[in-house]
Design a protein. Structure first.
Lengths: 108, 434
C-alpha cells in the first residue's frame, strides 16, 4: 500500500485510510463472489463502478465480459450483493472513488 | 463448520493491484480478485411433505428428483437435511422466512421449497426459491401438469433454480436419444430423460436403426435405418409424427450431423466410391460433396459457429480426426497420437472436441480444436461415442466396463462417472438433446 501514500502526496494519512478502506471493499465483494464453472481457460470479468462516501454504488457497468453468462452473473452479483459497501472512514476525504474490479477465475 | 464450508468462508484470495493517476478524481483504482478452482452454491431443500397420488409419494419423489437435478449441475452443493436446524418437510407456505436466519448462520445461501398438491388428474408443484442472507424470495412459480409427467414438472423447477442463481440454462429437462437392442435382435432408437428415467421407443420397425441426432431446435431427429433393406437416412419430426427419407442412395447413408442453424445435414454416403461426406438441405435436394476420394470419411460434427466440421477419416492410413471448413476446404489432421481415433463431437461452447481415442483400450479423450491439450478422461473398460450435454458440463458415452454396452455419464473433466442405463439390453450411440 506504499503506492497509495506516495503517489497521492499531500493527503497524509489519506493514503493508508484508502488502503484500509479498499481492503474492506475487497473483503465484502470477495465473500459475495461465488464463481462456478467447468474446466477451460482462465476467465476474466471486469466491472467498474463509483462508490460514494455513504457506500452507495453508482454507474455500475461490465467493462469486459468473460463470454460465460454464469461467470458474468457471478461477478455482477458479487458487487450488487455487497451494496451498500462500507461507508468511507473520516480520514478518507474523497467525495467518491471510481473502482475497477477484475474478477479472475483460474482454471486447470 | 469451517471444515464443511471452507469454500464460502474464505474462498477468494485477494490480490490488490492499486494504481493511481496523478490528477484528482478522474483516476480509476484497479482491484483484482482471484479464485482458483470452483466454488459451489449451497442450497437446502424444504417442503415436499408426503403427498400420495396414483400410489406414489410425490413429496418424496419430488425431493429426490430435485436434489439429484441440482447435484448434477455441478454448481450446487445440496445440504443434507439431517444437518439443517429444522425438519425440512415441516416448512409451511409463507412461513419459509422463519427458517432463513438459521440457514444463513450455517452459510447456506439458498432455500428451495416445494409444495405438492393435485387438481383432478394433474399434479401441482408450488416452487419457491429464497436467498437466505437477504431473506428475499428470488422467485415463486406454480408448475402444473399431468401427474404422469411429474418428474418433468420437478425438472422444470430445477432448471428455474439453476437459471435464477447462475444465469445459465439448466439441462434437467433435456433428453437423450440412443440405440437399444439385445443380441441379434432389432436395434431400435429410444429416448429417455437426461437422468435415465422414462425411456420410450422412437422406432419399432424390427430392423437396425442407428446414429440418432437431434436437430438444434430439438423438434426433429435424423437417424439411419435399415427398415427398407438399405441403410437410408431418415428425419423424424416430433410435432407432425412424419418420418421422411432424406437420402436413400445405394450403400451407406449414415452418421448425420446437423448444421447449427438446423438448415442442413452432413452425412456419409458410399454410392460414388469411397465413403464421403455430403451436405444437403434438411428438406432434401442434391447432396453436395465435402470430401472426395476412396478413403472412408464419417461422423461429422459442426463447430458451434457453423464454420468448421470435425470428422473421422482413414485417409492417412489409420482412422484419425480431421477438421475442415464448412465447404470442405482447408482440410487438416487434428490427431497424431494413437493408431485409432473416432467419433468426434465438438463441445457446445466450441473450446473442446471429445472423441474416442485408443490408448490400450478405447477411451474418451478431449483435444483443443488447434490440436493442443490432449486429455484422456476414462481408463476402465472400453469407452466410446461421446456426446455433450447442451451446457458443455457433462458427457454421456458408451462403456463396456461392466460387460455389455451401456450408457454412462460423467463431468466434462472425467470425474463422477456413473451408469445411466440398466435394462437388460445393450444401449449405445447416444445423442444428447439441445
Amino acid at each position: 500500500m506504499e503506492l497509495a501514500g506516495g503517489q497521492r502526496g499531500g493527503e497524509g494519512a489519506g493514503g493508508s485510510a484508502l488502503g484500509y478502506y479498499l481492503g474492506l471493499v475487497d473483503y465484502k465483494i470477495s465473500t459475495n463472489w461465488v464463481p462456478v464453472g467447468t474446466g477451460g481457460r482462465d476467465t476474466v470479468v471486469v466491472i467498474r463502478f463509483r462508490v460514494l462516501r455513504s457506500g452507495q454504488v453508482r454507474d455500475m457497468e461490465m467493462e469486459t465480459s468473460s463470454g460465460d453468462a454464469g461467470l458474468d452473473t457471478a461477478a455482477m452479483r458479487a458487487v450488487r450483493q455487497s451494496i451498500p459497501l462500507p461507508p468511507f472512514p473520516n480520514l478518507l476525504t474523497d467525495p467518491f472513488l471510481d473502482l475497477r474490479y477484475r474478477f479472475v477465475m483460474e482454471r486447470g | 463448520m469451517m471444515r464443511r464450508f471452507p469454500w464460502i468462508v474464505f474462498g477468494a484470495t485477494l490480490c490488490a493491484l492499486v494504481t493511481f493517476a496523478s490528477d484528482g478524481h478522474t483516476q480509476v483504482i484497479d482491484r483484482e480478485l482471484r479464485e482458483r478452482g470452483f466454488q459451489k452454491f449451497t442450497i437446502a431443500l424444504g417442503g415436499f411433505a408426503s403427498f400420495a397420488m396414483n400410489g406414489e409419494d410425490l413429496g418424496k419423489t419430488g425431493a429426490s428428483v430435485l436434489s439429484n437435478d441440482l447435484k448434477f449441475t455441478t454448481v450446487f452443493d445440496v445440504m443434507d437435511g439431517a444437518i439443517l436446524p429444522f425438519n425440512p418437510t415441516t416448512i409451511q407456505p409463507d412461513q419459509e422466512r422463519v427458517a432463513l436466519p438459521g440457514l444463513a448462520a450455517l452459510k447456506v445461501q439458498h432455500l428451495a421449497v416445494g409444495y405438492v398438491s393435485s387438481r383432478g388428474r394433474e399434479a401441482v408443484l408450488e416452487g419457491r426459491l429464497f436467498d437466505a442472507a437477504t431473506g428475499n424470495m428470488i422467485f415463486g412459480k406454480r408448475y402444473v401438469g399431468d401427474a404422469k409427467f411429474y418428474r418433468l414438472i420437478v425438472h422444470r423447477f430445477a432448471d428455474d433454480i439453476m437459471f435464477n442463481v447462475t444465469g445459465e440454462k439448466g439441462v434437467a429437462q433435456t433428453r437423450i436419444a440412443f440405440v437399444s437392442g439385445a443380441g441379434q435382435a432389432a436395434k431400435e432408437i429410444f429416448v429417455m430423460d437426461y437422468d435415465g428415467a422414462n425411456p420410450s421407443p422412437l422406432t419399432g420397425n424390427q430392423s437396425i436403426n442407428l446414429s440418432p441426432r437431434w436437430s438444434p431446435d430439438g423438434r426433429q431427429i435424423a437417424y439411419t435405418s435399415y427398415r427398407n433393406g438399405n441403410p437410408d437416412l431418415f428425419v423424424l419430426n416430433f410435432e407432425s409424427g412424419r418420418r421422411d427419407v432424406l437420402s436413400a442412395q445405394r450403400g451407406l447413408n449414415a452418421t448425420p450431423g446437423w448444421s447449427p442453424d438446423g438448415q442442413a445435414l452432413v452425412f456419409a454416403m458410399s454410392a460414388t466410391g469411397g465413403t464421403n461426406l455430403f451436405i444437403m438441405p434438411k428438406n432434401g435436394g442434391t447432396p453436395k460433396p465435402l470430401t472426395t476420394g476412396t478413403a472412408i470419411s464419417v461422423s461429422p460434427s459442426f463447430s458451434p459457429n457453423g464454420r468448421q466440421i470435425v470428422f473421422n477419416s482413414d485417409r492417412g492410413g489409420t482412422p484419425q480426426i480431421y477438421i475442415m471448413d464448412g465447404d470442405g476446404s482447408d482440410l487438416r489432421r487434428l490427431t497424431f497420437q494413437g493408431s485409432y481415433n473416432a467419433s468426434p463431437r465438438w463441445s457446445p461452447r466450441g473450446e473442446k472436441i471429445a472423441f474416442m481415442c485408443r490408448f490400450g483400450g478405447n477411451q474418451i479423450c478431449l483435444i483443443n480444436p488447434d490440436g493442443s491439450g490432449l486429455q484422456q478422461l476414462t481408463s476402465v473398460g472400453n469407452n466410446e461415442e461421446p456426446t455433450w450435454s447442451p451446457d458443455g458440463r457433462h458427457i454421456v458415452f458408451t462403456s463396456t466396463r461392466n460387460g455389455g454396452r451401456e450408457l454412462y455419464v460423467m463431468h466434462a473433466d472425467g470425474s463422477e462417472q456413473r451408469r445411466l442405463t440398466n435394462n437388460g439390453r445393450e444401449n449405445y450411440l447416444a445423442d444428447w438433446s439441445p
